[in-house]
Design a protein around this ligand. Structure first.
Ligand code: XLS
Ligand code: NI
Ligand code: NI
Length: 443
């Protein structure tokens, strides 16, 4: 039975001619060529299972508001999981996106024992494989939920109790194998409770060592099963814990470097996690690209007035274009893509609202991609950056960078040539205007 019967066909590209309020892509035209590649292959859009199908629309003050019959407490868990899977794949296919993402517990109910959970997941993964075959929808990434169950209240890998670590290892092993079985492009680790509530009871260094050990085990297991997808860490500074160890891209990078895990892990950057860490999304992407750890993106944004993870659909081309420019400049995604880790607002009750949220968000990404392409061809930003550091390509710059040059030699040369460098304009306003011109000109 169709769940989204109001949408009989796949949502189509209709361009600017699309009917007002109608369900159609205005910008996202999967086959349009942008900077030498199909738009769909640049964006690699994925829908998430959890917020869209496994969340009833509850918040900390109130119960679920959404029409998700399979979440009813009276439903038989495996029957409900199948109804949920049917609706999810119907949605992915009608939206016309190439990928989805899931947590183990979104796809199949937890059993009374690890064994039972494993057999539930195996059954649902087999069924998902059939649905993927039928619809042509692929898996961008899988992950394990190591944060909802009370056993993980004090963390999974960073838990003071090794039994919890081992339980988490069993779950991740199985979720990783399920991801492999479904041809997943990546496997994500979000350390939801890998952090602390208070330092009064916490040994920070020991928890970091435990986390590194966990990541080492995951990377080894990935190799041993022949999974060729990318392992991704998703940085977030806090929420649910007061402080999370994977605070932001730079923190994760330092951690990977310290524990000799660089090359095994890349980052999945969430737009609003960047904001919560006090950065722009542009900053986080640029940092990851510059340091060779860029992997994938969760496209959901925050609300500028709220300090928590509101997981809203992206809707600002201005905000996304510069980050998209860095992604494009670096050659684009390899195994990564744009996942919609997005939540509807609690009052968005209609089944159609799920379509409107995604269609608008995908169009926003598509438009940002067009702007990024225009910025790349325009060349102003790259030329300005190159020009600004031109001195480093000259004699003095090269001499400073030569590892054989001493501090005294640099200082003596500065004195001898009577250096008196003059400040030059950073041209910030002119550059901001140029970016706006490109945004306004892009159609
Ligand atoms: C929570 C995270 C989570 C991860 C997947 O803030 O964004 O949804 O993406 O575990
Ligand atoms: Ni996320
Ligand atoms: Ni998040």
């Amino acid at each position: 039975m169709e769940f989204f019967a109001e949408v009989p066909d796949r949502v189509a590209y209709a361009g600017q001619e699309a009917k007002r309020d109608g369900l159609a892509y205005r910008v996202y035209d999967p086959n349009r060529t942008v900077a030498g590649k199909r738009m769909a292959d640049h964006l690699r859009i994925a829908v998430c299972y959890w917020h869209s199908f496994n969340w009833p629309g509850s918040d900390i003050f109130g119960a679920g508001t959404f029409d998700r019959p399979w979440l009813s407490p009276d439903a038989d868990p495996m029957v409900a999981a199948k109804a949920k899977q049917d609706a999810a794949f119907e949605f992915f296919a009608k939206l016309g996106v190439p990928y989805f993402c899931f947590h183990d517990v979104d796809m199949a109910p937890e059993g009374a024992t690890l064994k039972e959970s494993k057999s539930n997941l195996d059954e649902m993964v087999d069924r998902a494989a059939g649905k993927m075959e039928e619809t042509g929808v692929g898996l961008l990434w899988g992950t394990a939920n190591l944060f909802s169950h009370p056993r993980y209240a004090a963390g999974a890998a960073t838990n003071p109790d090794p039994e919890v670590f081992a339980h988490g290892a069993a779950q991740v092993r199985h979720a990783l194998e399920a991801t492999h079985r479904l041809g997943g492009q990546n496997y994500v680790l979000w350390g939801g409770r890998e952090g602390y509530e208070t330092l009064l009871n916490t040994r920070m260094k020991r928890e970091a060592d435990q986390l590194a050990r966990f990541l080492e085990l995951v990377a080894n297991h990935k190799r041993s099963i022949g999974f060729t997808g990318t392992l991704l860490i998703e940085p977030k500074p806090q929420e649910p814990t007061k402080h999370q160890y994977d605070y932001d891209c730079a923190t994760v990078h330092g951690f990977l470097d310290r524990y000799d895990l660089l090359g095994d892990y890349f980052v999945n950057i969430e737009v609003n996690h960047a904001t919560l860490a006090g950065h722009s999304f542009h900053h986080e992407v640029a940092y990851a690209v510059d340091h060779g750890i860029f992997g994938s993106v969760d496209a959901n944004r925050g609300d500028p007035q709220n300090g928590w993870d509101t997981d809203q659909f992206p809707n600002s081309v201005d905000e996304l274009s510069l980050a998209m420019f860095e992604i494009l400049r670096s050659g684009g995604f390899t195994t990564g893509g744009f996942n919609f880790d997005t939540k509807l607002r609690r009052q968005s009750l209609d089944r159609l609202d799920l379509f409107h949220g995604h269609v608008g968000g995908i169009d926003t990404l598509a438009q940002s991609l067009l702007v990024a392409e225009a910025l790349l061809y325009d060349g102003t930003l790259e030329a300005t950056r190159d020009g600004r550091y031109a001195g480093w390509r000259g004699d003095l710059g090269r001499k400073i960078l030569n590892p054989n040059t001493t501090m005294a030699e640099i200082a003596d040369a500065a004195v001898a040539s009577n250096l008196d460098p003059k400040p030059v304009s950073g041209r910030q306003e002119a550059l901001e205007n140029r970016v706006n011109e490109v945004i306004w000109e892009t159609t």
